[in-house]
Design a protein around this ligand. Structure first.
Ligand code: SF4
Length: 345
C-alpha cells in the first residue's frame, strides 16, 4: 500500500494564529483562568488539549466572570458578543482569522451602502452567525439554490453576495451561478471570500483523489473545511473517511486499497496525521509518497490586544512568536519529524 501524503494540509495561518493566542496567553497569565468563547478551532483534540491546560470553553460570554480574560475563536463573533464582553468588562483577546474579519468588513461596508447581502454558507456555523450579526437587517443566508425563491429582495440591482471562508468551491459556485441567473445584476465581493487554505486543500484532493482508492481526512466532524475535503473526494469517485485520529481507522476500509490519500483539515494538528501514517506503515506495510501541490507562506501577527497585554507585563511579543513551521514529512525523515507548532496546544 502507498500513502499519498498531501501538501499543503493541516493548519492554516488563521488556525496557527488562534492556537498561538491561547497558548501564549496561558503562559502569560499563569494561574489565572483563560476563557475561550466557542471552540478556539473546530478540532476535538486541540480543544481537549487546552482543557487539560485549564482553559474553560463557553458558549455565552455571560458565563465568563467579570474582569476575566476571554478569547474569541478563529471563526469570529457578532458585534453583540463583543458589546456584552465590553459591558461586563472582560479582557477580550480577539483571535478571529483576519480573512474572516475581511468578510465582516465587506458586510458592514455593503450594508452602509444600502445593499442587501446574500450570505452563502451554513446558517448554524459560528462564522456565519458572526458575519450575519454585523448587518442582520441587510443580510439573508443562502444555504442552497433551493433558498432563492423565498428570498425577500427589495431592489435586484442593489444586491451583493458574500461567502463563508470554508465552503466547497464547487458547491459555492453552483449557488453563485443560481444567484446570477436569478439576479443578473448581483455584485460579487471585491476578492474571493473562500480563503487560500480552503482552496488549496480542496484543489489538492480534487487533483489527487482520482488516482487513489481511498481518502483519509484527519479532522473533526465539527470542522466545515474537513467535511468538504471528504465530499470533494467522493465527488471525484474516491471513497473518503473523516477521522479524528488514527484510533478511528477501521482496517476493513483498507481491503483492496493500493493507494490511500492522506490529508487533514485546516484545524487538525500535524501529530495526528503522523500518528495515522505511522499506523498505516506499521500495521499495513504502507510506504509514503509526498505530493506537493502548493507552497503556502501566509502568516498572521498576534492580535494587538495580546501584544499590548504582553508589553504591559514586560514581555517582548516578537520573541514569543512561534514561526509557522512547514512539515517536511518524507519517507526518509518519517518518524523523527519534530512537532514544531502548538506542541502544547
Ligand atoms: S480556514 Fe481560512 S478563513 Fe478559516 S481560519 Fe484558516 S485561513 Fe482563516
Amino acid at each position: 500500500m502507498r500513502i499519498v501524503l498531501v501538501n499543503p494540509r493541516g493548519f492554516c495561518a488563521g488556525v496557527h494564529m488562534a492556537i498561538q493566542v491561547v497558548d501564549q496567553l496561558l503562559d502569560l497569565v499563569e494561574g489565572e483562568t483563560v476563557f475561550v468563547y466557542h471552540d478556539i478551532v473546530h478540532n476535538t483534540h486541540v480543544v481537549q488539549r487546552f482543557r487539560e491546560r485549564g482553559v474553560t470553553f463557553v458558549e455565552d460570554v455571560n458565563d465568563v466572570p467579570a474582569g476575566a480574560f476571554v478569547v474569541f475563536s478563529a471563526h469570529g463573533v457578532a458585534p453583540s458578543v463583543r458589546d456584552t464582553a465590553r459591558q461586563r468588562e472582560l479582557r477580550a483577546i480577539d483571535a478571529t482569522c483576519p480573512l474572516v474579519t475581511k468578510v465582516h468588513m465587506e458586510a458592514i461596508r455593503y450594508a452602509r451602502q444600502g445593499y442587501q447581502i446574500l450570505l452563502i454558507g451554513h446558517k448554524d456555523h459560528q462564522e456565519i452567525v458572526g458575519t450575519f450579526g454585523e448587518a442582520p437587517a441587510a443580510t439573508q443566508i443562502v444555504e442552497s439554490p433551493d433558498d432563492i425563491p423565498s428570498l425577500n429582495i427589495v431592489d435586484p440591482a442593489k444586491l451583493v453576495y458574500l461567502t463563508q471562508t470554508t465552503l466547497s468551491t464547487d458547491d459555492a459556485q453552483v449557488i453563485i451561478d443560481a444567484l446570477k441567473a436569478a439576479f443578473p445584476k448581483i455584485k460579487a465581493p471585491p476578492s474571493e471570500d473562500i480563503c487560500y487554505a480552503t482552496t488549496n486543500r480542496q484543489h489538492a484532493v480534487r487533483e489527487l483523489a482520482p488516482d487513489c482508492d481511498l481518502t483519509l481526512v484527519v479532522g473533526s466532524t465539527t470542522s466545515s473545511n474537513s467535511k468538504r475535503l471528504t465530499e470533494i473526494s467522493k465527488n471525484v469517485g474516491t471513497d473518503a473517511r473523516l477521522i479524528d485520529d488514527a484510533s478511528k481507522l477501521d482496517p476493513a476500509w483498507l481491503d483492496g486499497v493500493a493507494r490511500v490519500l492522506v490529508t487533514s483539515g485546516a484545524s487538525a494538528p500535524e501529530d495526528l496525521v503522523q500518528e495515522l501514517c505511522r499506523r498505516l506503515v506499521n500495521e499495513f506495510g504502507a510506504e509514503i509518497e509526498v505530493a506537493e501541490l502548493a507552497n503556502e507562506s501566509m502568516e498572521f501577527a498576534l492580535p494587538k490586544s495580546l501584544q499590548d497585554e504582553m508589553r504591559t507585563r514586560g514581555v517582548d511579543a516578537s520573541s514569543r512568536r512561534i514561526p509557522f513551521g512547514r512539515f517536511e514529512v518524507t519517507a526518509k525523515t518519517y518518524g523523527t519529524v519534530p512537532i514544531t507548532v502548538s506542541a502544547k496546544a
